[in-house]
Design a protein around this ligand. Structure first.
Ligand code: BMA
Length: 321
């Protein structure tokens, strides 16, 4: 573990006047490492969360002393109190996973009626975006890597087909890309969705990557995403994409919605990180689960309508291209 210097950053406030922010839940952080279990003794972070049939299901990235990630599972009645299984549900098994399985994002697929997990496989070959399928959220059938021959991650499957095909975000540095597939294995028609904005010298100047499963709204796909700046500070914000052609950005506010400010977000395994893999809509709210400093799982929320207003009306928003 690296011993990082405690370095609270000056708060970089968006200069467009928007005060809309994600609000930390008073019970956050909602998941912590368990030193009694070697596989999750050091870090638990970057969790997927789906609400399904009245319960919340979480898949989280876990690390022990060897820093090889596996994926743990927890279930909850309220999304706050989590009951973890004793053992992980996905552990490295294939050569391309030898150094870990990371950053799950779980999609309930409306057309297929099953769950898909997008996760990153790490090995000496590099990092590869992979998919697995499940009907019960505990046993996962690997579908294999979906993009090969390059370092790629931060992929997440849309909750339904778009134009008759599966759609998936992924990250070909430094941009968020989208690709389409008829069979979940062969992905084509890649297009850039969002790029860093170095011209603004802002929080998203270096790299951007997708968050959790896009939320379908009457106005477009509401997407949460992360970005980092030259100081390697990870923040979160949102944008709105066209329903028929999600490569088309309808609105991308300039402001961010959450930045590291709590001690456990500033200091942990990797300092100054708020990184999200889950943004389920829960009733009239959007719940954003995020890894804090790659060590714990936090929860910040906002109203669904408020978030839509933020992306639709933000005065600093990038207009449709
Ligand atoms: C990214 C991923 C995430 C991690 C983040 C911050 O590249 O590896 O898992 O949370 O960096 O360290």
């Amino acid at each position: 573990m690296t011993d990082h210097v405690f370095d609270p950053l000056p708060t970089l406030r968006a200069d467009d006047g928007s005060r809309f922010q994600l609000r930390r839940h008073p019970r956050s952080p909602v998941l912590r490492p368990n030193p009694l279990h070697p596989w999750e003794a050091v870090n638990v972070f970057n969790a997927a969360v789906v609400e399904h049939a009245g319960l919340f299901y979480m898949h989280f990235r876990a690390q022990g002393l060897d820093y090889v990630s596996s994926i743990g599972y927890a279930v909850s009645q309220d999304g706050l109190d989590w009951n973890k299984l004793e053992r992980p549900v996905l552990v490295p098994q294939e050569d391309y996973e030898a150094r870990g399985v990371e950053d799950p994002r779980v999609t309930w697929h409306q057309d297929d009626g099953c769950f898909y997990m997008a996760y990153t496989a790490y090995s000496k070959l590099g990092i590869m975006p992979c998919l697995a399928r499940s009907h019960n959220l505990i046993s996962w059938e690997r579908l294999g890597p979906v993009i090969r021959g390059e370092d790629n991650k931060d992929h997440v499957l849309f909750p339904r087909k778009v134009g008759g095909r599966y759609a998936m975000f992924h990250r070909r540095p430094p941009n968020i890309w989208i690709s389409y597939s008829g069979d979940l294995l062969n992905w084509t028609d890649d297009e850039v969705v969002m790029a860093p904005r170095p011209e603004l010298g802002a929080w998203d100047e270096k790299r951007v990557g997708a968050g959790g499963v896009p939320i379908e709204t009457p106005h477009g796909w509401l997407v949460l995403y992360h970005a980092y700046d030259n100081r390697h500070v990870y923040r979160l914000s949102a944008a709105l994409l066209d329903l028929q052609d999600p490569a088309r950005v309808l609105s991308r506010p300039r402001a961010f919605l959450l930045e590291p400010s709590e001690t456990w977000e500033i200091r942990g395994d990797v300092p100054n990180v708020c990184f999200s893999c889950a943004n389920p809509r829960v009733g009239e709210e959007v719940w954003v689960y995020y890894g804090g400093a790659d060590r714990m799982v936090g929860l910040a929320t906002c109203s669904y309508q408020g978030l839509l207003d933020f992306v639709l009306n933000d005065p600093g928003a990038q207009p449709p291209g």
